[in-house]
Design a protein around this ligand. Structure first.
Ligand SMILES: Nc1nc2c(ncn2[C@@H]2O[C@H](COP(=O)(O)OP(=O)(O)OP(=O)(O)O)[C@@H](O)[C@H]2O)c(=O)[nH]1
Length: 232
């Protein structure tokens, strides 16, 4: 738990980025970590990870970001790395409808191989390539918001690794989702009468997570923000 961490130490969070091949996962990671963008980025084989420090709400975090191979043929190489994940980014490209419909499989694959039972794991949905011309858009903000709500995912953001739009914000939003799920867990523990002591023989019910939804989408080249009942 965060309050047991030694002072001046960053909270280390494992972040996994999933999504179809070509949606821009590597570009998002490289833009966030190194502020670089490679138009001719190659397909990832297996997984790669990079660390990046970030400060969110006066708390310092080290994000260990795992970029995975989206192509189906690399499934066996990526799934062993899902365990121990704190936050999962489900990504698609806004000009690729199939990559949006694949989110369901990505979510299922992650829950299965990370061995997570709760419906309320901190996922965030990231719609990349929002720099493209409006005429090329194949997925609307409204339908993604609806899908997120149906799947108990309370955060969605559109990004562009190319123009660096909302990339930092996506990772900060991911950390906030993790913070919310931590607070829920702590509330649950207190409600079960554990106080500061954790009984490791009992399970914790995470299903009391609020239905709050935060959506940062907007027009194709725009950067508008919609917040629905976000409590931060
Ligand atoms: N227009 C636009 N193109 C992008 C953006 N991000 C990535 N791309 C393009 O998409 C290509 C694929 O990006 P990658 O980051 O390699 O995609 P990936 O999701 O990591 O693909 P896999 O490694 O196969 O899973 C890049 O070579 C870029 O040309 C973006 O924000 N906007």
């Amino acid at each position: 738990m965060t309050n047991m961490r030694p002072p001046n130490k960053n909270v280390l969070l494992k972040v996994v980025i999933l999504g179809d091949g070509g949606v821009g996962k590597s570009c998002l990671m490289n833009r966030f970590v190194s502020n670089l963008y490679d138009e001719s980025s190659f397909h990832t084989i297996g997984v790669e990870f990079l660390n990046k420090d970030i400060q969110v709400d006066n708390e310092r975090y080290t994000l260990q970001i795992w970029d995975t191979a989206g192509q189906e043929r690399f499934k066996a190489l990526r799934t062993p790395f899902y365990r121990g994940t704190d936050i999962c980014l489900l990504s698609y490209a806004i000009d690729d409808r199939e990559s949006f419909t694949s989110l369901k499989q990505w979510r299922e694959e992650f829950l299965r191989y990370a061995d997570i039972k709760s419906d309320y794991f901190p996922f965030i949905v990231v719609g990349n390539k929002n720099d493209i011309d409006a005429s090329l858009r194949k997925v609307s903000v409204e339908e993604v918001s609806e899908w997120c709500q149906e799947n108990h995912i309370s955060a969605f953001i559109e990004t562009s690794a190319k123009t660096s739009t909302n990339v930092y914000e996506a990772f900060a939003l991911a950390v906030r989702q993790w913070q919310k799920s931590e607070r829920t867990t702590e509330r649950e523990l207190r409600a079960q009468g554990h106080g500061d002591t954790i009984d490791l023989t009992k399970t914790v019910n995470l299903n009391a997570q609020s239905n709050r939804f935060c959506c940062i989408g907007g027009g194709t080249s725009g950067n508008s923000t919609n917040n629905f009942n976000d409590d931060d």
